[in-house]
Design a protein around this ligand. Structure first.
Ligand code: PXG
Length: 459
């Protein structure tokens, strides 16, 4: 082993030991992590990450669904640098504002459909969803309908990790670890492959949508404040709903006086081929949650875009809105967002997803459906998923307990690809700037990982 390589390995081992000894990681089994130390990511370039041992890995997950423009964006870096040199921080409380926050608010409003004219900034998607609950509650109080308190969400949703956002989320194992908010109720999710049984996708989509109607009727429209949903569930496994689902939800909501929150933390800023995912499905949200790709993941920033229906009530009323964060509208984060949106627009990346790279990914991804252990492929724009099975007809899994996903994920990494496993669903959300050649490589490496997984299970 050459000595610089040996030195690098030593350094990696040192970091791994320190990491295991002192650093508690999100959504991680602490006991398991101590026994199986993580990979230290040291650098990134284009659509590749590089670990401390020098392995270059194609990042099929855009960081964590956020580096939509890839890792090499010097204009964003320069915008942040300049902002830190000019005004590294000032708050937006007590009759103050800073220039990047003002400009970003106006910019977001300009980009969004005409009935969205106000923004509230946070540092993350979780805080943005907490903010949504505060906005919704205040809205109904100001309209003197204080009995409208229940918020509906869906099983297997992900809306973040604060107490409020995790209550909105629909992961049972998470709910068992804390006391959830009593006024959040969950309805069915539109996950046809897992729960559709003998129903056609179209019939199952209608059934899942009508669980919303049934629940509203059961709990009483007068008691329900809002419904929150992701256009396509992301962390839940890229659950692309059957085409029948959203039109039916839209009908149900439009016949009732209930606010609709579209959680666009993953789909906002182009991933579906529209600026927001709800635009791909023709729904009409009153509130939009955003985060992640708004800064290309380079700075923490999230927020809520308020439709006029809510904003007009809140801004017409007197009385302080008792909510906000030290870093709401942080100048460096807002500067990063402004630079990100410049690139998104200048390079017409939303159109590129709709017309070129999105269709290309979907076409190539569907080729994997022919693989012996793939039960379904699905996707839209720049997200896609496949289901690992032993038997395509019966949808029998390779192994009980959703463990095959983790096996396949390891083979992906060994093949130089970051692909995420959600149980036995393998999911990708590559950068919107990927070339055709980079997507070809992604498909080739995913195919290799599938071959190795099949071999592992004796198929
Ligand atoms: N809403 C949605 C739809 C999300 O996907 C959040 C809210 C929370 O955002 P913050 O910025 O507070 O993390 C998210 C975050 C995964 C994974 O494993 C997904 C997210 C976060 C961490 C892991 O796919 N999404």
């Amino acid at each position: 082993m050459p000595s610089n390589t040996a030195a690098r390995h030593n350094r990696t081992r040192q970091l791994q030991q320190r990491d295991a000894a002192h650093h508690l990681h999100p959504f991680t089994d602490f006991q398991d992590y101590a026994a199986h130390p993580g990979r230290i990511i040291s650098r990134a370039e284009g659509v590749y990450i590089e670990d401390s041992d020098g392995n270059r890995i194609l990042d099929g997950m855009s960081g964590l669904w956020c580096c939509n423009l890839g890792y090499s964006q010097p204009r964003i870096v320069e915008a942040v640098r300049q902002q830190l040199a000019t005004l590294p921080f000032y708050n937006n409380f007590f009759q103050c504002a800073n220039e990047p926050a003002v400009n970003l608010a106006a910019r977001l409003v300009d980009m969004t459909p005409a009935n969205f004219n106000r923004v509230f900034f946070t540092n993350s998607g979780s805080e943005a969803n907490d903010t949504n609950l505060r906005l919704v509650r205040r809205y109904w109080d100001l309209l003197e309908q204080p009995q409208k308190r229940i918020v509906l969400s869906r099983a297997n949703a992900y809306h973040g990790s604060t107490i409020a956002a995790a209550s909105l989320g629909g992961f049972d194992f998470v709910h068992r670890q804390f006391e959830t908010l009593p006024y959040v109720h969950h309805i069915a999710q539109p996950y046809w492959f897992k729960e559709g049984g003998e129903l056609s996708p179209a019939d199952f989509g209608l059934r899942a949508a009508r669980d919303l109607e049934r629940t509203i009727d059961e709990l009483g429209e007068d008691n329900i404040a809002a419904f929150i949903a992701e256009p396509i569930q992301g962390a839940g496994g890229v659950i692309v709903p059957p085409e029948s689902y959203w039109p039916e939800v839209h009908r149900i909501l439009s016949e009732r006086d209930i606010l609709f929150i579209s959680d666009e933390v993953i789909f906002g800023f182009g991933r579906s081929g529209e600026l927001f995912g709800w635009q791909s499905y023709g729904t009409a949200p009153d509130l939009i949650t955003f985060a992640k790709a708004v800064t290309n993941g380079f700075q923490p920033l999230g927020g809520v875009l308020l439709g006029d229906r809510v904003a007009d009530v809140l801004t017409a009323a007197g009385g302080e809105f008792g909510h906000g964060f030290t870093y709401s509208g942080h100048p460096a984060a807002c500067a990063a967002a402004l630079a990100t949106l410049d690139i998104l627009e200048r390079e017409q990346l939303v159109d590129r997803v709709a017309d070129d790279i999105g269709p290309y990914l979907q076409r190539r991804w569907r080729e994997l459906a022919g693989h012996p252990i793939v039960g379904e492929t699905r996707g839209r724009g720049m997200v896609a998923a496949l289901e690992l099975v032993r038997d395509k007809q019966t949808r029998q899994r390779l192994e009980d307990g959703g463990k095959a996903g983790a096996v396949c994920r390891q083979f992906c990494l060994d093949s130089g690809l970051v692909m995420r496993a959600v149980g036995d669903a393998m999911i990708i959300a590559p950068p919107l700037v990927c070339s055709h050649g980079e997507l070809d490589l992604l498909i080739e490496r995913a195919g290799r990982a599938l071959d190795l997984t099949a071999h592992h299970y004796g198929i």
